[in-house]
Ligand binder design. Structure first.
Ligand code: ADP
Length: 257
């Protein structure tokens, strides 16, 4: 059984934009699936439908054998979200709080409301937060403010925060789009480490292709809300590049030194 199964997913926004037009695919446990496509092709909408931040217009999402696309009760939605970590392009940290506190925020989904309101965390949770910071190589920054971190460090804090839920699936929405090329690799390498060593399945949206070959086990390409390619990274030929990104982008890529 696939970890995640998406069938005929569509999403039409209230203004009429058809962001997803019948998307179907499966994700097996342990994959590092990368979703590529031009800006506006529907990548972010897809990820948000997977973790129930957006309600699909039609179609189904099954996760760990459970149909999650039609869950209504907030308790059920919360319980699904606990199994999926998410990281974002702009990190979504609380700037004035410490790195450690930001990571601890990752266990709020598991706590009772009064504990969350009081910001109460156990010694065990703090220990686990420090271990997750160590895993992404920044345990020495635990007591510094989040806004004093560089972009790459902020994304590593966000990864550590996502790991606090012990997710089986990590969704990464353009995780390196705000970072310089060298830092991209640092962050991508940590995501790869999490997939390989911890066995956490990763689905990441990436705007451009260059990182895909190094990190993805499989690729899905979206164009105008439809899947136009699915396969291994090595199977993306120049012809496919043109189909995914258009002739214009292909010509630009050829002219880039
Ligand atoms: P990507 O992540 O590939 O850039 P998105 O999923 O963000 O693509 O967007 C897909 C399409 O849906 C785009 O045309 C975008 O303008 C539109 N869109 C995204 N979010 C909304 C929204 N909240 N309301 C209306 N249209 C939206």
């Amino acid at each position: 059984m696939a970890l995640l199964s998406v069938r005929n997913l569509t999403k039409t926004y209230p203004n009429g934009t058809r962001a997803l037009r019948g998307v179907s695919f499966d994700v097996e446990e342990g994959e590092f699936l990368v979703v590529i496509g031009l800006s506006g092709s529907g990548k972010s909408t897809l990820l948000r439908c997977l973790n129930l931040l957006q309600e699909p217009t039609s179609g189904e999402v099954h996760f760990e054998g459970q149909k999650i696309s039609a869950l209504q009760k907030s308790e059920q939605v919360r319980s699904v979200r606990r199994r999926m970590g998410m990281i974002f392009q702009h990190f979504n940290l609380i700037p004035r709080q410490s790195v450690l506190k930001n990571v601890l925020m990752g266990c709020l989904g598991k706590k009772k409301t009064w504990q969350s309101l009081l910001g109460l965390f156990s010694a065990q949770e703090k220990q686990s937060a420090l271990e997750n910071l160590k895993l992404v190589g920044i345990s020495d920054k635990a007591y510094l403010r989040a806004d004093s971190m560089s972009g790459g460090q902020k994304q590593r804090v966000a990864i550590a925060r996502a790991l606090m839920q012990n997710p089986v699936l990590l969704l990464a929405d353009e995780p390196v789009s705000a970072l310089d090329p060298a830092t991209c690799h640092v962050v991508m390498n940590y995501l790869k480490k999490i997939q390989k060593e911890m066995g956490i399945t990763v689905i990441a949206n990436l705007h451009f292709l260059d990182l895909v070959r190094q990190y993805a086990t499989r690729v899905i390409a979206l164009r105008d809300g439809e899947i136009v390619f699915t396969g291994r990274p090595g199977e993306i030929t120049e012809e496919w590049f043109k189909r995914i990104y258009g002739e214009e982008a292909y010509a630009l890529a050829q002219n880039t030194p």
